[in-house]
Write a protein that binds this ligand. Structure first.
Ligand code: CUA
Length: 333
C-alpha cells in the first residue's frame, strides 16, 4: 500500500512532504521498536529472575564491559543521526528559495486573510500556482494563531508582534485544507480555509481578474495618508532617512551596531521608531502603534520593499543625515 493511501496521512502535495513523512515514520518506528524491546526484556527478566527458594535475595551483577560500551555508543550514533537528519530537514523548511512568490497572511479571530503583491485579497481561501515556491509572510491582528497546511506538511505561528515567514512549493494542483493549529478562542476550530493550487496559466488568469492596484501602490497611498512622505523625502533633505534602497540593506544604528533592514525591522520602525534609531537621526518620529492596522502595515511594508529595489540618484546616501546646511532636526526611519 502506498503511503499516500494510508488514511492517517493527508495526501502529500508539497516538495518536502515526503521528506517530513519519512523522518516522522522513522522516528515512530524507532521509538516503537525500542519500547517493544524494553517491555519484552522486562517481562523476560521478571520471569527469569523471579523470587524462588533458591534465589531469595537479588544479587548484584556487573555487566560485561563490551555490553556497557555498546549501549552507550550505539544510541549516541543513533541520536546524532536523528539530530543531523532533523537539522537538515529543519533548515530545508526554513530556508526560503530566492525565487519565491510573496504572499502575506494575517490571522484574526477567526479568519485567515491573504494578500497578493498584485493587490488581490482573499479570506479563508488562498490561490497559488503549482511548482512555484511560495513565501508566506505571516502576522496576527490579535492573539497567536498557527497557519497549517497539512498536505504541504508545514506550519508556522502567526504572532501579534512580528512577522514570520514560511514557505512551500505545492507539487500537485487541487484543493487542500488550511487549518489554524493554535487554540485561539471560541471559534478556533472554525478558523479553516482552502488553498487552491492552480496551473501557472490558470493562476495568471485568476490574478488578472480585478484588483485595486498592486500592494506596493496601495502602500504608497497609506504612506501619504499618514504623511510619512513629509519626513521621508526622496532626497536627503527630509527629517527622516531616505527609504530608497533601504530594504535589504545594512543599516548603522545610533549605538554603532548594524543590522539588516528586513520585514521585522521595518515593522518595528513604524510601530516603535525609537527602538532602533538610525545613526545621525533624532528620535522625532511618533509611534504608530495602535494607529496602523495589520493590513496597512503590510501595504507599507510592500511599499518600502518596492523602494528597496530602487536605486538612489548618484551622490545621495540613504542612511546618512543630510549635509550640515540642511535641517538640524531629523526623524527616525
Ligand atoms: Cu486561530 Cu486557532
Amino acid at each position: 500500500m502506498m503511503l499516500a493511501d494510508f488514511p492517517l496521512f493527508p495526501e502529500q502535495a508539497s516538495s518536502f512532504a515526503r521528506d517530513v513523512d519519512t523522518f516522522y515514520i522513522f522516528l515512530t518506528v524507532l521509538c516503537g521498536t525500542v519500547s517493544v524491546l524494553i517491555f519484552l526484556v522486562i517481562f523476560y527478566f521478571a520471569i527469569k529472575y523471579r523470587r524462588t527458594p533458591q534465589n531469595e535475595v537479588a544479587q548484584e551483577q556487573e555487566p560485561p564491559k563490551a555490553l556497557e560500551i555498546a549501549w552507550i555508543v550505539i544510541p549516541f550514533f543513533i541520536f546524532m543521526g536523528i539530530f543531523v537528519w532533523g537539522a537538515w530537514l529543519y533548515f530545508h523548511l526554513s530556508r526560503v528559495p530566492d525565487d519565491a512568490l510573496d504572499i502575506y497572511a494575517t490571522g484574526k479571530q477567526w479568519m485567515w486573510k491573504f494578500q497578493h503583491p498584485s493587490g488581490q485579497r482573499e479570506i479563508n481561501t488562498l490561490h497559488v500556482p503549482v511548482n512555484r515556491p511560495i513565501r508566506v509572510t505571516l502576522a496576527s491582528e490579535d492573539v497567536i494563531h498557527s497557519l497549517f497546511f497539512p498536505n504541504f506538511r508545514t506550519k508556522a505561528d502567526a504572532l501579534p508582534n512580528r512577522y514570520r515567514t514560511m514557505w512551500f512549493k505545492a507539487t500537485k494542483t487541487g484543493r487542500y485544507h488550511i487549518f489554524c493549529a493554535e487554540y485561539c478562542g471560541t471559534q478556533h476550530s472554525g478558523m479553516i480555509g482552502w488553498v487552491e493550487v492552480m496551473e501557472a496559466a490558470d493562476y495568471q488568469r485568476w490574478m488578472a481578474g480585478g484588483a485595486e492596484g498592486s500592494l506596493a501602490s496601495q502602500g504608497e497611498k497609506v504612506f501619504q495618508k499618514y504623511a510619512c512622505h513629509t519626513c521621508h523625502t526622496i532626497d536627503a533633505t527630509g527629517r527622516g532617512p531616505v527609504l530608497i534602497g533601504v530594504y535589504g540593506s545594512t543599516v548603522t544604528l545610533s549605538d554603532n551596531t548594524t543590522l539588516k533592514a528586513d520585514d521585522n525591522y521595518i515593522r518595528e520602525s513604524i510601530l516603535n521608531p525609537q527602538a532602533k534609531l538610525v545613526k545621525g537621526f533624532q528620535p522625532l518620529m511618533p509611534t504608530f502603534q495602535g494607529q496602523v492596522n495589520e493590513e496597512d502595515l503590510l501595504k507599507l511594508l510592500a511599499y518600502v520593499k518596492s523602494l528597496g529595489a530602487m536605486r538612489l540618484p548618484p551622490g545621495a546616501a540613504p542612511q546618512q543625515p543630510p549635509a550640515a546646511s540642511a535641517t538640524s532636526t531629523r526623524g527616525t526611519p
